[in-house]
Design a protein. Structure first.
Length: 447
């Protein structure tokens, strides 16, 4: 497991989902002013100061559930706490300390987990007196934040990371690509692993959910060693239970997070489901290479295969850069294409392009199709270069990042792919404001 698991818990309507969205930098959880909006656990991979953290949002904890649904929500919260490395206990500074907070604090004391007490909705320094009464909970110094206004977030995450053991240094394995076999339950992940290894390494059974943990195995291929991780099936959100199912999901997400390339297995008998696209989203968010593997291809009649391919490519259009291989893990058909494709994607992920080449490509793309105007202003790109991080990340220095339209960003990404490749690898374009000196020099040349 590559990073700590942080569970955000608290009574209903204290701002847990707003905090998750703030940490993730995007809207993941549904946020509303009505209590009880979040029922299932929601996961986000968050990178903070070089550390990877899995943040779990939970539903509102009730001391005395009055319905079967509220009972299930509480059960989900307790499972999240059991699987967490640290608990972020969120309270509401506007409401002040109430009995429900005291009852939850009493319950958390017996869980044996590090707890970071946090008071949300403290929107200004003048409201700091809202925090003092939370000392009565006896859970250390309460941290004042405003998830909505981005206040106190840095201090909060520093406290969270200080509450967990330091991340162990991983041995460098530049010559051992890490592949994660991911997908829904019962799509044939363990069968594929065993076929690749030529050994009964993983337990294979017809009932879904046989693999409850991540299995690591080393396979030798063309005098190279590759580390392959078979993960538990990622169930649709809302179908994940507690206990074993919950830990399996966490480990599957973290196996994807520590991989270089994810082999996303799809069941040809069930076509491409919404959950398949959901798992692909996890892989893309984590910035990993992606190989789509359609399993059980032998069960699709020959006359239907062309139509299947066309519809699958349309449905997975958001990951059109990822190659697709069609296999039968059971019979071995097409399996010999999996490792060569994964190796190619891994090599693409290591690719570095000279700054001059990137600059020239972006300049040509802009000349061919200039950015549209926003009012009286137009986006200007002064410099482009590749960052050292992975996945392939390109920094574009511009006059104003707010002038970047999504469609134009996609256009530039497509032009870079056409010229540079990066097959199977997500590209990230970061638009940063150019230094004032660079901006003025370019304007002077234009005159």
């Amino acid at each position: 497991m590559t990073g700590p698991v942080v569970a955000i818990v608290g009574r209903p309507n204290v701002g847990k989902s707003t905090l998750l969205n703030r940490l993730a930098g995007r809207r993941i959880a549904v946020v509303a002013d009505l209590p009880g909006t979040t029922r299932d656990r929601i996961f986000a991979l968050v990178s903070w100061e070089g550390r990877e953290v899995t943040v779990v949002d939970t539903g509102g904890w009730l001391t005395k559930p009055e319905s079967s649904l509220e009972e299930k929500v509480r059960y989900q919260v307790e499972a999240a706490i059991a699987g967490a490395d640290v608990v972020l206990f969120l309270t509401d500074g506007r409401d002040g300390l109430i009995s429900a907070d005291e009852e939850m604090a009493e319950w958390l004391r017996y869980c044996g987990k590090p707890v970071v007490l946090t008071v949300n909705k403290v929107d200004s320094a003048a409201q700091a007196n809202q925090v003092a009464e939370f000392h009565r909970l006896g859970m250390g110094e309460p941290l004042a934040i405003s998830a909505h206004h981005n206040r106190g977030i840095y201090e909060l995450m520093d406290a969270v990371l200080a509450s967990v053991p330091p991340q162990p240094a991983e041995a460098a394995e530049p010559n051992r690509p890490r592949l994660a076999i991911a997908g829904r339950p019962n799509v044939g992940k363990s069968t594929l692993l065993n076929t690749l290894l030529g050994d009964e390494r993983a337990i294979v059974h017809e009932s879904p959910g046989t693999t409850r943990d991540s299995l690591d195995a080393v396979v030798r291929w063309r005098d190279r060693e590759l580390l392959i991780v078979d993960t538990a099936g990622i169930k649709r959100r809302g179908r994940t239970g507690t206990g074993v199912d919950y830990y399996s999901l966490i480990r599957a997400l973290q196996a994807i997070n520590r991989s270089d390339v994810a082999l996303l297995l799809v069941d040809a008998g069930e076509f491409v489901t919404a959950q398949d696209m959901h798992v692909a989203g996890y892989v893309i968010e984590a910035g990993k290479g992606l190989l789509l593997v359609v399993n059980k291809w032998d069960l699709v009649p020959e006359v239907q295969r062309q139509e299947f391919r066309q519809k699958a490519e349309q449905r997975l259009g958001f990951a059109s850069y990822a190659p697709i291989v069609y296999i039968s893990a059971q019979t071995g058909q097409g399996v010999d294409r999996v490792l060569p494709q994964a190796w190619e994607i891994w090599q693409e992920r290591q690719k570095r392009v000279p700054d001059s080449e990137i600059n020239e490509l972006v300049t040509q793309a802009v000349d061919r199709y200039p950015p549209p105007r926003t009012g009286s202003r137009r986006l200007r790109i002064f410099r482009a270069y590749q960052h050292d991080s992975r996945p392939a990340t390109f920094i574009l220095r511009v006059n104003d990042p707010h002038l970047v339209h999504f469609s134009y960003q996609r256009y530039l990404e497509n032009r870079l792919r056409e010229s540079l490749g990066f097959r199977g690898v997500p590209l990230r374009l970061i638009f940063a404001r150019a230094a004032r000196r660079m901006n003025s020099k370019r304007q002077a040349r234009a005159k």
